[in-house]
Ligand binder design. Structure first.
Ligand code: ADP
Ligand code: MG
Length: 690
């Protein structure tokens, strides 16, 4: 048996349990060993029975009697196993409901460890434990010395129906015992230089921590042993990113030679001048485009920082060099919106822009245009471009490693620019987008007054009507957004449509428009255009307008059932207003909110700073959900946590990148190479050139 052995060959596992383990993503011996506790329970200190109080306790005592009883003649099938133990200080009854099979485990005279909740019994005459975890103490075991499930700090695992904690714990324990050592894939020099503890020892400590490590450190995953496991994982991740990156740098890309003719004209035609940050980021992009290998750059800028113009400048630079440029957006609405903005600007320069979305398939559009705008499907479908030189991916922080790899597989190797409004601390960005260069537009256009945000409860709804009247009275426009209801677009539509009718009845002097995901592209485009042109005063919509829509004259955003939205979404929605010089407002209409929802709304009222909101979001949701690593194409992390371990990420990154530089195909480190390949699994063909 080695680390790659399938679980079903582990002693005591077999095909049925193997199926359960598979549900946990556990397929091999290695997976079992690295199925780390999700938390720990302190069952180390053993309480004296005479001093018990309600709450969780571990007790140890001699079995006095163990009886199966049927408490109710009316329910003859109900069987309760009652076990009375004594530790000399007093007696405690433990009860198990409908687990008659346990009866044979207990014999009077035996020393038993129990862990569970102590509560007053039914009659109120004393205390009892119901369905406690139990363990027969080993011969000679005394309080403080340890069992596996009780009498110690006990690991608690993520599990699945049919597989309980005891079984998992027992399996992992005996598996660890059967390995006298576990080979470490990392080079010895690196292990030595960081003074990392032995791999097997670390696993033993993480699964079955000996006394002395604070429970809190264990639960947060910051014990020395846990961090060491995290390091291995991060090293594998960064090594894979290093390989990708080096491969990309070996690829031949386009050396663009823009003459600045079109971009200069565009800048001249704008009613504003570029911010310093926009100019800087554009220079960074141009630097990449001129270089002989393909650009892979991420541009991050908070909502309203003016990413579109920067993207357009990059696209015009590609056109100046004789290439086509494409811009992809995550939704049709957003693609349409970009098209409306961009085609006016570029047609004034004598260029042709086309819009291609799923519902709009003009055959030659991609062939003829200088600039093509579409949804993400645009590229995946492999449209026939004449000579595509640059792809801009808008509002998509998830367009990652994988998607680009798939583009390359199709034989396209354009420069790529990814634009995102999700602000991410730099160290995290380095990892998530570890194979990308990174620019930040860290400055908003001048003369923007911060949006005023107010939380309004349903009872004070009238406030909203007053604000609507006020803003539209000044000639400004209003968004009213309805939430997603149970993921059903039909229901969303109904809520929004009803809302629209009610608002139209209330404000007969205004033109109210409706926008939703089920409309045909042309219809939607029509509504958006009318709103942009000021013909529609109030736009009622489902969440389809979440990202990117840009109508500077809109000054009021009303979000209905704001408590149902996530922070990132709320921030994006709010970013639809405040795009002009005038004061804008965001109203969060809340029906009932508590806990996380309440906190999200408070954060929104407190700040408009995207970085702070992202940080709070990260804290409320946790990193897994925040980043959606699954969708980013990065492998799941078991021991490491990109937020908690940010510093470790940087160390692992440095180590991995410098090792890969010395040994690009890891030819002299075959074990490590296997480890990195396994870690990335089928996601990527690493090392294909080596
Ligand atoms: P986002 O970064 O959220 O995609 P947009 O590119 O949609 O932002 O720009 C937001 C608004 O700011 C647009 O109306 C755009 O025309 C305007 N804008 C962009 N750059 C500037 C600037 N330098 N000065 C003033 N307004 C600008
Ligand atoms: Mg945008």
């Amino acid at each position: 048996m080695d680390l790659t052995t399938a679980v079903q060959y582990i002693k005591g596992v077999g095909p049925q349990r193997a199926r359960l383990l598979l549900r946990l993503g556990v397929e091999t011996v290695r997976d079992v060993l690295f199925h780390l506790p999700s938390r720990y329970e302190d069952r180390a200190s053993i309480s004296q029975i005479s001093r018990l109080s309600p709450g969780n306790h571990t007790v140890m005592g001699k079995v006095m009697r163990a009886d199966l009883v049927s408490p109710s003649p009316r329910k003859p099938r109900l069987k309760i196993l009652e076990v009375v133990i004594s530790d000399g200080s007093g007696f405690l009854t433990a009860k198990w409901f409908n687990q008659a099979f346990l009866r044979k485990l207990f014999t009077p005279g035996q020393e038993l460890l129990l862990y569970g909740q102590v509560k007053p019994n039914f009659r109120g005459t004393g205390l009892e434990m119901v369905n406690p975890e139990h363990e027969v103490a080993e011969e000679g075991e005394t309080a403080g010395a340890t069992g596996l499930h009780t009498g110690r700090i006990v690991p608690v695992y993520r599990t699945t129906e049919g597989l309980n904690q005891r079984q998992l714990r027992g399996m992992i324990h005996s598996l660890l015992q059967s390995f006298s050592s576990i080979p470490d894939p990392l080079p010895a020099e690196i292990l030595r230089s960081h003074n990392l503890p032995d791999l097997r020892e670390s696993l033993v400590h993480v699964h079955f921590p000996p006394g002395g490590i604070p429970l809190d450190d264990l639960n947060r995953g910051v014990s020395r042993y846990h961090q060491r496991l995290a390091y291995n994982e991060l090293f594998a991740m960064e090594a894979g990113l290093a390989v990708l990156r080096m491969e990309e740098q070996r690829e031949k890309g386009i050396s663009f030679a823009p003459d600045g003719r079109l971009t200069a004209k565009l800048v001249e035609s704008l009613p504003f001048s570029l911010t310093g940050a926009q100019e800087r980021v554009f220079r960074e992009i141009i630097g990449d485009m001129k270089a002989p290998f393909p650009m892979n750059r991420l541009v991050q800028g908070d909502v309203g920082s003016g990413k579109t113009i920067v993207a357009l400048l990059a696209m015009l630079s590609a056109v100046e060099s004789g290439y086509q440029a494409a811009m992809m957006a995550p939704t049709e609405i957003l693609a349409e919106q970009h098209f409306i903005t961009i085609h006016r600007l570029v047609e004034a320069l004598g260029l042709k822009a086309s819009l291609i979305t799923g519902s709009r398939k003009e055959k030659d559009a991609a062939e003829e245009a200088d600039i093509v705008i579409g949804t993400h499907a645009l590229i995946q479908e492999g449209r026939s471009f004449r000579n595509l030189g640059l792809v801009v991916i808008d509002e998509q922080h998830r367009f990652g490693v994988m998607q680009r790899a798939s583009l390359r597989k199709k034989g396209m190797n354009p420069d790529t620019l990814v634009m995102t409004a999700t602000p991410i601390p730099r160290t995290l960005a380095l990892t998530l987008y570890g194979d990308l260069d990174y620019s930040v537009i860290d400055e908003l256009p001048p003369r923007r007054s911060p949006i005023k945000t107010r939380l309004i409860y349903e009872a004070n709804k009238r406030e909203i009507y007053r604000l609507i009247r006020e803003e539209t009275g000044k000639g400004r426009q209003v968004y009213v957004v309805y939430p997603l209801i149970e993921e059903s677009e039909a229901m969303n539509l109904k809520a929004a449509a009803t809302g629209m009718e009610a608002l139209q009845a209330m404000f007969p002097e205004l033109r109210v428009g409706l926008l939703h995901g089920r409309m045909k592209t042309a219809e939607r485009e029509g509504v958006m255009r009318e709103f942009k042109d000021g013909l529609i005063h109030m736009l009622v919509s489902t969440t389809v307008i979440e990202v990117g829509v840009d109508v500077p004259n809109a000054s009021l955003m009303v979000i209905i059932h704001a408590e149902r939205f996530g922070l990132a979404q709320l921030h994006q929605l709010r970013g639809r207003v405040g795009r002009g010089a005038d004061q804008s407002f965001c109203i969060l209409l809340c029906y009932n909110a508590h806990g996380d929802a309440q906190r999200r709304l408070e954060v929104m009222v407190e700040t408009t700073d995207g970085f702070r909101i992202a940080e709070e979001d990260l804290e409320i949701r946790g990193p897994g959900e925040f980043f959606g690593t699954r969708q980013s194409g990065l492998p799941d992390l078991k021991a490491a946590n990109l937020v908690r371990d940010a510093r470790l990420v940087e160390i692992a990154r440095k180590d991995a990148f410098s090792l890969l530089e010395q040994d690009p195909g890891l030819g002299s480190h075959p074990v490590l190479r296997g480890f990195v390949e396994d870690f990335w699994g089928k996601r990527l063909e690493l090392f294909k050139t080596a």
